[in-house]
Design a protein around this ligand. Sequence first.
Ligand SMILES: *Cc1c(COP(=O)(O)O)cnc(C)c1O
Length: 448
Amino acid sequence: MLNSDIIQRDLSVLWHPCTQMKDHETIPLLPIRRGEGVWLEDFEGKRYIDAVSSWWVNLFGHAHPRINAAIREQLESLEHLILAGCTHEPVVALSERLVDITPSGLSRCFYADNGSAAVEVALKMSFHYWHNQGLSRKKRFVALQKGYHGETLGALAVGDVALYKNVYAPLLIDTLMAPSPAGCYAADGESYEAFARRQFEEMAALLAQHADELAAVIVEPLVQGAGGMRMYHPVYLSLLREACDHYNVHLIADEIAVGFGRTGTLFACEQAQITPDFLCLSKGITSGYLPLSVVLTNEEIYQAFYDDYLNLSGFFHSHSYTGNPLACRAALATLDIFAEENVIEKNRELAQVMDEATRGLRDHPHVGEVRQQGMILAIEMVKNKGSREAYPWQERRGLRFYQHALKRGALLRPLGDVIYFMPPYVITPEEIHQLAEIALEGIDIATG
Ligand SMILES: *Cc1c(COP(=O)(O)O)cnc(C)c1O
């Protein structure tokens, strides 16, 4: 079969996610036949580095022998089970280990099957907790500008990416937005830390003003992913934790993208030494093999739902594939790799290589900022380096970059004009240098 055959069949029956389908009249789909490690291979044998970890989910490369074996083994005993009223070993073992490795105080795991669903669970649980305490007026949420938390209506309401959100605004719950602490918006010469502290003032004011109607604040710790890989100083999280405690408001940490080592620590919250009231995990949890998500919370919140049935104060929320055994086994194999293969340590070296390989890009006349947090590195293309003026979005320069990268054998999918590397952790220094070279060429072409 040729690339063109599968593309033709695809375009007559599929509707792709996050895509203007008409684009595919001129931009070919990328048909992939197999994957191994960081490499993807199309139907004609051309290979591409998966520099975006297949939408941020893949941690240890495609077709990882250890994860493949774990799923195969699980397949022989139990593929799926209803999790209401029933239980199975993989979900229990995974919960024990998650409680063990996440920030201290998180003691309960509630499962769903994708990131957006986990966000919905956290929002509902937070509201419901206050309701069970007789504080039903605590029903609003605070979120950050430029944040992203998924596509279902609740998650969309607490997000702030115009392209995904604006048209649905009439359907969404009303959310309070605090300014982004991301350092890319700092004044000339202002440090990331100083800017985060300055931006926190408005968050503090919102909390002070609205505390008695607020259920929770939701943030993506350290890196605002889909909003453009915008990064901020951990002091913002420390200040936020303190203020949430002070004003009796929950803190929801959405580590769906940044969890499992992306920011340089296993969880981003570690860098601020905080424990959120809700921790949402998904994406990398199964190394990108199977859909799974989980919300961890503390004993106090759990106990607020623990009551006689007749009081109807339980959390009656479920998804059909909750805690799927195959997905849980993939997650356990993922945690085994973290435990035994020194991943965080090795990533430190890879992150260093990413930094070095992109040094030359910093001075490029159309690069506004190169920013990095652990294993995430982002390069922002701008029209004017001095003023950081952006290109008009209609010019779709990121798309030009994307097409060039594909030609050169890299799947790099910019967010607007922000190019980023978020590769599987099995990428080699040589492959990182290859990506940097492709990025430089691509930026020249896209901005030329
Ligand atoms: C991807 C993402 C989500 C949504 O996860 P899905 O599995 O795509 O629904 C939520 N929050 C963050 C921070 C994400 O990056």
